[in-house]
Ligand binder design. Sequence first.
Ligand code: G6P
Length: 607
Amino acid sequence: MCGIVGAVARRNVVPILLNGLLRLEYRGYDSAGLVVVRDGKLTRVRSIGRVAELEQKSANTHGELGIAHTRWATHGMPSERNAHPHLSCDLIAVVHNGIIENYEALRADLNARGYEFTSDTDTEVIAHLIHSHYAQNSLLVATQMALAQLVGAYAIGVVAADNPHQLIAARKGSPLLLGVGESEHFVASDMSALLQVTKNVVYLEEGDVVEVNLADYRIFDVQGKAVKRAVHVSELNNDSVELGEYQHYMQKEIHEQPQALADTLESVCNSRSMVPGIFGAEANTVFPQVESILILACGTSHHAGMVARYWLEELAGIQCTVEIASEYRYRTSVANPKTLVVTISQSGETADTLAALNHAKQTGHEFTLAICNVPESAIVRQSKLRLMTRAGPEIGVASTKAFTTQLAALFLLTLVLAKLRGRLSSEREQQFLHELRHLPSAVKKVLALEPQIAELSKYFADKHHALFLGRGLHYPIALEGALKLKEISYIHAEAYPAGELKHGPLALVDKDMPVVSVAPNDALLEKLKSNLQEVRARGGELYVFADANTHIKEAEGIHILQMPEHAGYLSPILHTIPLQLLAYYVALQKGTDVDKPRNLAKSVTVE
Ligand code: G6P
């Protein structure tokens, strides 16, 4: 969702801005733009569509100070006039990520004062507000005064035509970081945009405003007090955000899963037992007090939470509720201070998950745990405990390796709680450790089925609908398979717990509705087989993703993908892989933009 890049340097910053925007493309966008300051003037270039078009249009644009943006439309349709940067009186330029909730009132007021609006965006009010204060104040103070009038979420970058070596940036509710170079400085929505110029980064905190100059920078906190923030050296490297031998990031990320799982499980698999300390020092005092679990997340991360509920209740004997973050945050709920609130988020910046976490804290929950892929993200910083998934950067909008590493992290949580509650014998603990160590190689074996899945995908490309079935632990995996397919191939896909088939979806089953069944060899297999008969009897075409000893035979209308092993409790992780590959190959045949599906964003930083 919207990306920001800004730079002040003693060299032309346009290539830096464009390269940064290319790195942020994965967040999802529909238009792009940049502005540079040169000879007391602002030069703005904007385009709808891809950054490559902006690049062509800005071939003759030069400047040593600039801000740039990829826009994911919220207020006003995707168009050049709504693309950022937005200007006020050819003096102030602003890029913005987030939503200004009181923009209508501000707009009416600014209109009355003679300001003309040229877009439908909420952002334009920020430019005019800053302009209205700039006559009597520095750019920093004018920006601070404008921000004080805003209600909502923002990350912004600001430049002024008559201020050739300074940019102002600020964040509240949307991510932004500062890149520290040698006599040059940068801002960006995330680190991948800045690896081209520096690895030194300052993570701005909620409410921070930063004055960025050539030689130095000054940060002011939410009260306007000058503060020092640590400079971190980013561990990201350019290779991890390069496509390499793969056709798409999604394909690369699917194939990175064995390594991502090995990295996430490293500390545990290298030890002989499971300890609470992997969730942070305070886990030793928090976990023994925990009576129940509340999991909050969105999208794919929510599906990971749904799998965890089965594990936590069965293995750890602990009551668990899983809720969509955007629902929980607006619901009146009853807090139990002995509940551990677990947020799951790849990005750690999803607006609804962050708001749900804060809502939980406000209602009296003190025990909070983040399972997240970005160490310095807001959700991690605002939680008492954390376990980092070590999936590396995930660029494809459709989440893959983040999901399976979240599952691995949640399984560790289950085992640690099971052990604390006296429900894990040391033999069983060793057995699970053994299975976790084996997991990356088990995933590799499933990845080897890629050519067969590519073949199966041919049956889906001309379909308009698909049904996914699963039971128990694998019902959330059916949901995840359906989500992957709809996200990137635009085929309408729905998932049902197979037992619900007769309560509605069976009415839709015919030869044009492929039915994908997640069929592990577990306690519910026989029940699932009956459900599959029900489909077959109505002429439905079945695609069964089976594993070792499932014993379902290939026949007319029944296509089997046989996976080599059955992984017991870890089976949801293995069964996810073929569903990811199926969605990927169907999307390839449909020729969609796999990594940047229409209308979707990677990091949903607005409500
Ligand atoms: C967006 C992404 C999904 C992701 C969801 C939650 O919808 O496209 O892939 O699952 O947000 O994101 P999070 O970063 O909180 O896991």
